[in-house]
Structures are given as structure tokens and as C-alpha cells.
Design a protein around this ligand. Structure first.
Ligand SMILES: [Cu+2]
Length: 128
């Protein structure tokens, strides 16, 4: 009986040690990534707005409410941007195989955007 208790305590301690060390490791990795590619962005939750970039093109245009956080998922190896054609409204850089977040403008409207690096990449964001 005592042996079982000891085993359980040891197992619990091992789990606790792993639980304690994991967040720190993640934090270190995040910090390292932040210096080179910007803040890591978690995978988009189901049902949240996403603009996917793959094959040098954007996914279908989306419509969102003002101020919505849109996850940009870049499936290409190369970096892209989501840059408003109206200068200065938004300009989000997303590295190859990275994610970024675009906050939709607060004013309803049609917002055309393109990629700074690949001007042939064009799409549209509707805010209403
Ligand atoms: Cu591009």
C-alpha cells in the first residue's frame, strides 16, 4: 500500500515538473520568435475570420464587423503582406509559414488590399 502511494506521489511530482517547465520553454521560444518574425499568433479558432495565403494568392474575400481581429495564415514559404490600397489604413507583414493578425478598420467600407512584394496579389475586405 505504501509503495503505491509513493509511486503516485512520484508520478504527480513528475507531472508537476513537466507542467512547470513547459510554459517556460514555450515562453522562451516565443521570445526568440518575436525578435525575428513578430509576435507568434495562435492558430485561428474555428469560426473566426481568416485570410489564408497560398500559391501566391489570397483566399476568397471576407466580410467582417468593424474592428474584427482577422488571422492571416501564410501557407507559402515566402513572406507576404496584407496592405491596404488606401495608403496607411493597414499593412500587415506575415513571414513564410507564419501567422499574423489584422484588425479590420473601424469604418464600414470596401477595403482593397494587395501584397507589397507581389503586386499581382490583390483581394478585398468588406467591413460592415
Ligand atoms: Cu506576396
Amino acid at each position: 500500500m505504501n509503495r503505491i502511494v509513493v509511486c503516485c506521489v512520484a508520478a504527480a511530482l513528475a507531472v508537476a515538473a513537466v507542467a512547470c517547465s513547459n510554459p517556460q520553454a514555450t515562453e522562451n521560444r516565443d521570445t526568440a520568435a518575436a525578435t525575428t518574425t513578430g509576435s507568434p499568433v495562435p492558430p485561428p479558432a474555428p469560426g473566426t475570420p481568416v485570410i489564408t495565403i497560398s500559391g501566391m494568392g489570397y483566399s476568397a474575400p471576407i466580410t467582417v464587423a468593424p474592428g474584427t481581429q482577422i488571422t492571416i495564415v501564410n501557407d507559402d514559404e515566402v513572406a507576404h503582406t496584407v496592405t491596404s490600397r488606401t495608403k496607411g489604413l493597414f499593412d500587415v507583414h506575415v513571414g513564410g509559414k507564419q501567422r499574423a493578425v489584422l484588425t479590420a478598420p473601424s469604418e464600414p467600407g470596401e477595403y482593397g488590399f494587395d501584397c507589397t512584394y507581389h503586386p499581382a496579389m490583390v483581394s478585398n475586405l468588406t467591413v460592415k
